[in-house]
Design a protein around this ligand. Structure first.
Ligand SMILES: C[S@@+](CC[C@H](N)C(=O)[O-])C[C@H]1O[C@@H](n2cnc3c(N)ncnc32)[C@H](O)[C@@H]1O
Length: 343
């Protein structure tokens, strides 16, 4: 029965993912955060159909994502629920993660087939929600930790960023990290790059929207061929393990760094062994890895497929094989580990 209850919980969570994305897209959470509401009132606030909103609210209350008061029939959000469900710029934003999950699951027929054939599935071949969901899943962690903790943990880098250096953000996706760094260090110049043309286009938009176009540029290029060095700092955020040739990428990063430059490698948090990762965070990452990271790496030449839970040792080995002489773990959060590699 313990396992049956677990399965029911998981089934509810799986179906609830759809409702969470709907609630985010239609602004239901944000509207509910303003004041408790009857279904009809929330529907009026959001221009949606009351009967659908009623059923959505009931399911949300059953899952603990909204509160229900049986006396008044009104639904509401606690401060904690509002904190995690309504602010894409805050330190945690659950709907972005579910958007990523639903987007990834749209590839299920192709992933099932890939299990049979061993072929890869490129990052660029996924649904648009994977790219936007990934940005919205990761950005909260970056905005909470990147400028406040990760960059200061690198040897002498923060000081240089303040006075003005050239930075490359490799595998930048929609440029969430690039924009955050550029906003924090107005004297430095940033170049994001990604092999996925559509992501680079979006990144350009994000930088323009943030008023940063003069100091932030983007290049549609793979990690093994981006240009513009020498850079004082190169960063890769949650991208190295997605590459078929991370060693080629590491060698190219080294060739694009100044002699005393720094490569900051941000990777998913993981322990050294599979047994260390058999926990809720590991479950999330292994599932994403089977649908996104391993297929992405297998779609590229190079022969690597590290997966999202590779842990520290393979990253250390890659940097050593590429000729970096110094490597250390400088920071970690429940979702990420940050490494520093120097030539
Ligand atoms: C999980 S996403 C992370 C995106 C972004 N860095 C972030 O943290 O939001 C992985 C990114 O790596 C990019 N990527 C995969 N293989 C690549 C390669 N060989 N060269 C450059 N980028 C690559 C993908 O296009 C995707 O944008």
């Amino acid at each position: 029965m313990e396992f049956v209850f677990r399965f029911v919980g998981d089934l509810g969570a799986t179906m609830a993912a759809g409702g969470i994305v709907v609630g985010d897209r239609l602004g239901l959470y944000r509207a509910l955060a303003t004041a408790p509401a009857l279904p009809q009132e929330l529907a009026e606030r959001t221009g949606t159909a009351a009967r659908y909103v009623e059923e959505w609210l009931r399911g949300q209350a059953a899952g603990g994502y909204v509160e229900y008061d049986p006396d008044s029939g009104r639904y509401s959000l606690t401060p904690e629920q509002a904190f995690a469900l309504t602010d894409p710029e805050g330190p945690i934003f659950a709907p972005g993660a579910f958007q990523l999950a639903l987007g990834a699951l749209k590839a299920e027929p192709r992933i099932t087939e890939a299990f049979r054939t061993g072929e890869g599935l490129g990052w660029h071949e996924h649904d648009e929600d994977v790219f936007t969901g990934c940005e919205r899943f990761f950005r909260p962690g970056y905005s909470a930790h990147l400028v406040a903790e990760w960059l200061p943990a690198l040897d002498g880098v923060e000081e240089r960023l303040r006075s003005g250096v050239r930075v490359a953000d490799v595998g930048c996706g929609h440029g969430a990290s690039t924009v955050l760094m550029a906003q924090a260090y107005p004297n430095s110049v940033f170049t994001g790059s990604d092999y996925h043309h559509g992501s680079v286009e979006q990144a350009r938009k994000r930088a323009a929207d943030a008023g940063l176009d003069g100091r932030v540029g983007f290049e549609n290029a793979g990690a093994q061929g981006f240009s513009g060095g020498p850079y004082e700092l190169v960063t890769t955020f949650d991208a190295l393990h997605d590459m078929g040739d991370p060693l080629g990428a590491a060698r190219h990063v080294r060739s694009q760094l100044t002699p005393d430059g720094t490569w900051m490698i941000v990777e998913p948090a993981a322990g050294p062994t599979v047994a260390d990762n058999l926990n809720p965070v590991g479950r999330v990452y292994y599932a994403f890895s089977a649908f996104l990271c391993v297929p992405s790496a297998l779609s590229q030449h190079g022969g690597y497929s590290l997966g999202a839970q590779a842990g520290e040792e393979p990253v250390r080995r890659l940097t050593a094989d590429a000729g970096f002489t110094r490597f250390r773990r400088v920071a970690e959060t429940p979702f990420n580990i940050v490494y520093e590699a120097k030539p």
